[in-house]
Design a binder for this molecule. Sequence first.
Ligand code: CP
Length: 318
Amino acid sequence: NRHLLSIDDLSASDIEQIFTTAAEMHDVQKRQVKKLPALRGRTVINLFFEDSTRTRSSFEIAGKWLSADVINLSAKGSSASKGESLRDTVLTVTAMGIDGLVVRHMASGAAEQISRWIDVPVINAGDGTHEHPTQALLDGYTLTRKLGSLEGKHVAIVGDLTHSRVFRSNVKCLTKLGATVTAVAPPTLMPAGVGDWSKAAGFSVSYDLDEVLTGSQGADAVMMLRVQRERMSGGFFPTAREYTVGYGLTRDRLAVLKPGTPILHPGPMNRGLEISADAADAIDSVVLDQVSAGVAVRMSVLYHLLAGEPESNGRATA
Ligand code: CP
């Protein structure tokens, strides 16, 4: 596939291949090798219509360490703020002669729509509440480095699942890797239709975090997701206090985890709401491993999509 729009674009063996290449890229990240020439002469634009710290900067670092020229363009500061349409913006930057487009947008489906307009690889860096495939890949990569094979491992994904593209991509990625996934959220933050969806996709649903953590299977990894207040049109229900009591990874819940249970959070974290400082900074927290893996995994994705001869790009031919 020439794009990465969704984890649906990848088979289990594609994911394993991305992880294998990412492990090789870690040598570059450790600065044993300064740069690889794989994307020399290629130009990648990071087009971000939503704010980002981790994804945008790690795609920039990843592209530069593969010797690509990387340009960052945010909606704030671009002509999108003057009302230029998404299509005109995308066609404009593509006409400059790029080889790849990394895009984040607040609308679900935006990355796929863009891939129909242009003839260069598009990488989805997060589209609304739909998907964030490179986040799921870096999460899966982090977990395999900590736990080995994920076959039969139980991963609890906990939080504001209604608004979470990270959840949607991770369910697909982790189940493809053989993990058992339980989705945990208060009823008000569980996606509508989760019953049918979970049966079709092969994951479990729970409204009781303590039961999931202390039940017969326990959890081999716990992924805490952010309460996304900016995507909530009404008030935040339950209250922040009720949320923490029912669904936060508090100091008390940290104490019931088996030693060595990786604690993940994609960031940015609401410390004191969905995750306590004790958990965020715990010895088993892999939050910064995830950030580090983000560079290696994005190098791997850029390499697999952009290395080799480009089929075509927006450059005018003489
Ligand atoms: N996890 C994640 O996508 O973080 P950013 O919004 O900072 O990129």
